[in-house]
Structure formats: C-alpha cells, structure tokens
Design a protein around this ligand. Structure first.
Ligand code: UN1
Length: 482
C-alpha cells in the first residue's frame, strides 16, 4: 500500500516511492514517498508558521496533547508492536517494550509541562532579582533510526513539543510505517497542524536540506557515527544533539555471580539481534573464570532460537536488511582473519530473511577490529583480563563511550568501575541495555553529545534565558558598585 507524508496537518502524496520490507520474510509491507528537498522545505515552512502559536500555548496545555498521545499509544500498543516486528524484525516482546518506552516518555514529558524549571539565585547587588527561564529553540529537525522506531522518535518529539518547539521528523527509511503510525497518533491527539511534520525518503537528500535550511534551529540525530560527523560538519551554527552508537563492554570479575552475568551478557549481546547502540559487544572476563564462563555463554548462545519475531518460540529475530547481514558477515570474516577463536555462529542460517547466527569469538585482543568497531549485529567478543585495572583499561580503550557494565560482588571494584569507566551509562550487576526514560541517556567521546530522557532531555530542546530585575530605582553597576 502506498502511504503519504504529513505536512501542515495534511497527508500529502509523493511522486516516487521506496519500499519497506519485512526482514523476516523479505516481503514488501508498505511503500512511502521519496520526498524531495522541496517537500522538506514545505515541511520546514509549515513548522515555522506554526511556531508562534505553539510556543505561546501554555506548557501545561501543550502537555495535555502529550498525555493524549500516551493514552492513544497505550490503546494501540499491540498493533504498533506487531507492525514494528514486521517492519524491523525485533521479537514481539521487545517490540512491545519499545512502544512502552514511547508511552513512558510521553507520560514523563507531559509532567514536564508543569515543571520546565529554571532557577532563581541571589544577586551581588541590593534590590535586584536574578532567575532563569526556559524558552523553545524553534523548528527542530529530528532524524531517527530504525532500531527503536517508535521509542527514539518519541524521546525527541515529546521533549521538543513540551518545550514549545515545532518539528520536522525524518525517520529511517527502514521503518517509515512505524513512524507514520506514531504521527497518526500525534494527529489524533490534537497536536495542531504544522507542529509536527513527517517527511520520508533519502537521508542524503533530506539531510542536506535539514542541515542547510536556515529556518531549522536545532537538529537531533540518532544513528551512525559517519552520518553524525557529516551532520556536524554541515549544520553550521545550529544546535546539534548526537547519539552515535557504541562498543559497549561488560566486565565480569572472578567474584561475580556467573549465572547472573551470563544471562546479562547474552541479553545484552543478542537482544534485538545486537542492534542496539547499547548492545554488549565485548565481554571483558577475568582469567580465573574465563574458561568456565565461556562455556556458559556458548551453551546459552547455542540454545537461542532464530526466527520470525512474531512467533512465540523465537528468541532472536533477523537483522534489519540485506546490507546489515553483509556487514555482520564481513565482521565475522574479519574476526577469523584477525586470529580470534570462533566458538559459535559466524554464518547466515540459510533461511529466507536476513538472519545471522548468534556469534561468539574468544581470545580476542583488545585492539582487533572486532573489539574496536561497532558491528551492530549479533557478534560478541571475549577479551581476557587479569585485574580490575586492566579491565577498565580495556573498557576505555575504544573511541566510543555509551553504555558499560560490571559484574562483581565487591563494592570496591564496582565503585572503581563506576568512577573510572568512560561512558554515559554504567550498570552494576546488570546488562548494558535497558535505560529508563526518566534518566539521562547518551554518551561521551565519539558516541556524541547531549542527553535524551529525564530532565537533561529538556535541555536539548530549550534555551535558558537569564533574567535580571532591578527594583532599586537607580543605576546599579555589577562588578563596580560596592
Ligand atoms: C538505542 O539502542 O539507540 O537502553 C537505544 C536501551 C533502550 C534504548 C536503546 N532503552 O537499550
């Protein structure tokens, strides 16, 4: 079925179309317009025209729309989750989790409508009052990935709207149907025309318009490091928030609860078929328990059942598309060539669909490409270490800094890791995935900058105005008057 874009409160047809494919069956599930830069310009113009009225709508009123969106998402949760499984492959339970994350963040950000706190402080002069207040930025360009096709757009749209911004939303071309259904909900919730515009098509063409269009004041992007770098180089003086992936590690010390750690590693590495920015792709294991732990991981990985995510019996779904399978396959080959020991997986399944077996490499050296580069698929590298210091050194010896974890019963080692790991997120005795919406989410180093979720998610989409009110009735000079 051919679908439309949503510009200025109207569903708009396109000229040319691209296909959305079910990665488990390779069937086409929908067709979406390949928008041109002119379509994007119209969307930006409509967002700009809607800005004045939306920003002057009181924040608690804007928040009512967010509450309504959360409610409608709740009502459509099962349908949206099924669409998500069909469009990008993750197993249904996880797809429900993604929709739930969207509900949670709309609920949370609706609450912000009655906070949006600034602060008050003292002044160095008498009869002078000082405070800050939040103001919207303007038109925001939101560019979102396919791996959390409802939750990640929801993080951005909820925060942008409650702060009083208007939006052009360009979803990944792998998941336009999920994005469209979110926009349908937004429309039904009574968000006024022009406040959210939805444009589908090529990232290259539309990305150029988003970065160069002077009316866009802020860009928020989640996706690959290469695209993030391109955005930063081309966005001029716009405010840019970037979340660009990771090479997340789990440290397993010799005193860890190994059963718990093995469960966490398998969940972090193969949940969502390894296609999370937060996925665990390195496990940094103490030498004293390495052989035993490796065997535990092997047993668990072997037991995982691959298949269509709609089936109850499936543990691991397909990768998102053909290029993803080719990329993962090439990393399996790189791992072999680098001399790592393949202990399971390493190949496609031969089934129809974009499947790849859960793969574990052992004897991985910290500088190998499979231990350094983001693979975004079900490949886990086991790296052996002898001490907590060496573990932290390995953990930090990468260009990214998103999520991290340590399994240990020793509070001293846990706190050393919390303090010294270079990452936006550190878990203790839990896997690298599963961030909650009321806490900040984001990373350091080449993972990007900015935080989504929680109160810091509000910072991304608002500017602080500093206000001084002098009620002394005379000219007072800061830094000069006594
Ligand atoms: C991502 O992979 O980009 O913490 C987001 C998690 C999820 C979000 C992941 N709540 O794994």
């Amino acid at each position: 079925m051919k679908h439309s874009m949503y510009i200025d409160g109207k569903w708009v047809k396109g000229q040319n179309f691209f296909l959305s494919i079910n990665p488990a069956t390779e069937d086409t599930i929908a067709e979406f317009p390949s928008a041109t830069s002119d379509d994007m310009k119209r969307a930006v113009d409509s967002a700009e025209a809607a800005f004045d009225s939306w920003k002057s709508t009181p924040a608690p009123k804007r928040a009512l729309c967010l509450q309504k969106i959360a409610q409608l998402l709740r009502e459509r949760k099962e349908e949206l989750a099924r669409t998500e499984t069909q469009e990008m492959g993750k197993v249904l339970k996880e797809a429900r989790g993604d929709v739930q994350e969207a509900i949670d963040v709309f609920d949370y950000m609706a609450g912000e409508g009655r906070r949006l706190f600034g602060h008050t402080t003292t002044s160095e002069l008498q009869k002078k009052f000082a405070m800050t207040l939040r103001q919207p930025i303007g038109v925001c360009g939101l560019i979102t990935p396919w791996n959390f096709p409802i939750a990640i757009p929801a993080w951005k749209i909820s925060a942008a709207l409650v702060c009083g911004n208007t939006v052009v939303f360009k979803p990944s071309s792998d998941t336009p149907l999920c994005a469209m259904k979110l926009v349908e909900v937004i429309e039904k919730a009574g968000v006024p025309p022009g406040v959210v515009n939805f444009v589908t098509g090529s990232g290259k063409e539309l990305g150029k318009e988003i970065t160069s269009n002077k009316k866009i004041r802020c860009i928020s992007f989640t996706g690959s490091k290469e695209t993030g770098e391109w955005i930063i180089q081309n966005a001029g003086l716009k405010k840019v928030g970037l979340e660009l992936g990771g090479k997340n590690g789990i440290i397993v010390m010799d005193d860890a609860n190994l059963r718990l750690a093995a469960e966490g590693v398998i969940w972090g590495a193969f949940g969502t078929t390894g296609q999370r920015c937060t996925a665990a792709s390195r496990v940094i294991v103490h030498t004293a328990i390495k052989d035993k732990f490796e065997k535990m991981l092997w047993e668990k990985a072997k037991a995982l059942r691959l298949g269509d995510g709609l089936k109850d019996t499936t543990d691991v779904g397909p990768l998102v598309n053909k290029q993803a399978v080719e990329k993962v396959e090439s990393y399996a080959q790189i791992g072999r060539e680098e001399g790592a020991k393949l202990i399971c997986g390493g190949k496609r399944t031969g089934l129809k669909g974009y499947f790849f077996e859960p793969t574990i490499f052992s004897n991985v050296q910290k500088d190998m490409r499979i231990a350094q580069e983001e693979i975004f698929g079900p490949i886990l590298s086991i790296i052996e270490i002898r001490s907590i210091d060496e573990a932290i050194n390995v953990m930090n010896g990468i260009e990214y800094g998103l999520s991290s974890s340590i399994y240990t019963q020793d509070i001293n080692k846990a706190m050393t890791a919390v303090e010294q790991i270079e990452a936006g997120i550190t878990y203790v005795n839990s896997s690298t995935i599963g961030a909650e919406v009321h806490l900040p989410f984001g990373g350091i180093k080449h993972t990007g900058h900015g935080r989504e979720g929680g109160i810091l998610g509000i910072d991304e989409f608002s500017e602080m105005k500093t206000v001084y009110i002098d009620y002394s009735g005379k000219l007072q000079k800061a830094q000069i008057d006594d």
